[in-house]
Design a protein around this ligand. Structure first.
Ligand SMILES: Cc1cc2nc3c(=O)[nH]c(=O)nc-3n(C[C@H](O)[C@H](O)[C@H](O)COP(=O)(O)OP(=O)(O)OC[C@H]3O[C@@H](n4cnc5c(N)ncnc54)[C@H](O)[C@@H]3O)c2cc1C
Length: 268
């Protein structure tokens, strides 16, 4: 497809993609295009590639193709995937946009981290990137940018079940704005002991602190008032230390601490 000086290519398979990536240094790859303001001179959509669509369920994880649409992910159902992922999907945009928008586009979108980042990060998702001859696996927590010349080809999401699993959004509903953020809290107990916990906030920052999580793992439930208050103070300190200064930091911190307080209150 060619419009003015623009060429929009529709790849039918991965070999097509690698061929074009290799032959055009400035090729822009996109999924549904709902997060791409302006297409470059030569752009290629991966939406029609069968091997990048769909998903494979395994015992402990689901492999999603990055070209799967958000609607297709929702159609899998809340009980057949991590509930926090499903809740995050349902909070994104409108059904019409979700019919076009892809998982890969949500992960690779530039700038502010989009809504699926918090659940994917909290679940320890692994990303697969490929060129014609090379494969790179990058954990979501280590992912900062797409390696040059690579294409996102698989998203592996662990499916372990958490006793407490909370997803909340900060900022406007069904939109991405400067003050958008997503929050996830996961917790597991074992014989009245808090066995595992994960707390993630993503937006214009990426917050996860193992130091904070380790401070409360092993605590006996129900948590005393003092333990809860001390934990909130520690969360506040960690937030101050790890989150860079920005014009939304103060309001983000207030909302983050409220969500941590609410989530810790769900542990019984
Ligand atoms: C009205 C409206 C409301 C919205 N609300 C939300 C919301 O609530 N939450 C939210 O998170 N988003 C929202 N969005 C943004 C967007 O729709 C979603 O984030 C969507 O998932 C992006 O997917 P896409 O396929 O359209 O991305 P695209 O625009 O196709 O791509 C986005 C970026 O990812 C890169 N990319 C895509 N696929 C790959 C790949 N396989 N390999 C390498 N790079 C790749 C592209 O180069 C591009 O830079 C909204 C958009 C609109 C228009």
């Amino acid at each position: 497809m060619s419009k003015n000086n623009q060429t929009i290519l529709i790849a039918k398979n991965l070999s097509d993609v690698f061929y074009h990536v290799k032959s055009t240094d400035t090729l822009q790859i996109f999924g549904g295009g709902t997060d791409t303001e302006q297409l470059q001179e030569k752009a290629l959509t991966i939406r029609a590639i069968p091997e990048l669509k769909g998903f494979d369920r395994h015992e402990h994880f689901i492999d999603f193709g990055p070209a799967i649409t958000l609607s297709e992910m929702i159609a899998i159902g809340r009980t057949n995937q991590p509930a926090i992922l499903y809740d995050a999907l349902e909070s994104i945009a409108t059904p019409t946009i979700r019919n076009i928008a892809t998982l890969g586009g949500n992960i690779c979108a530039e700038g502010i981290k989009h809504t699926l980042w918090a659940p994917l990060l909290a679940l320890d998702t692994r990303l697969e990137f490929r060129t014609q001859n090379e494969v790179k696996y990058i954990q979501m927590r280590e992912f900062t940018e797409i390696p040059h010349g690579f294409v996102l080809t698989k998203v592996r999401v662990p499916t372990e079940v958490w006793e407490v699993a909370i997803f909340k959004r900060i900022g406007p509903s069904h939109l991405i704005a400067n003050d958008s953020a997503s929050f996830v809290f996961l917790a597991d107990t074992d014989q009245s002991i808090l066995a595992n916990i994960r707390i993630v906030l993503t937006g214009n920052t990426v917050f996860r602190s193992l130091e904070l999580e380790n401070r409360i793992i092993g605590a006996r439930l129900p948590l005393s008032q003092k333990t809860r208050e001390t934990f909130i103070e520690q969360a506040s300190l960690q937030f101050d230390q790890l989150v860079p200064e920005s014009e939304t930091k103060t309001i983000m911190k207030i909302q983050f601490l409220n969500l941590v307080r609410y989530s810790v209150g769900q542990l019984s």
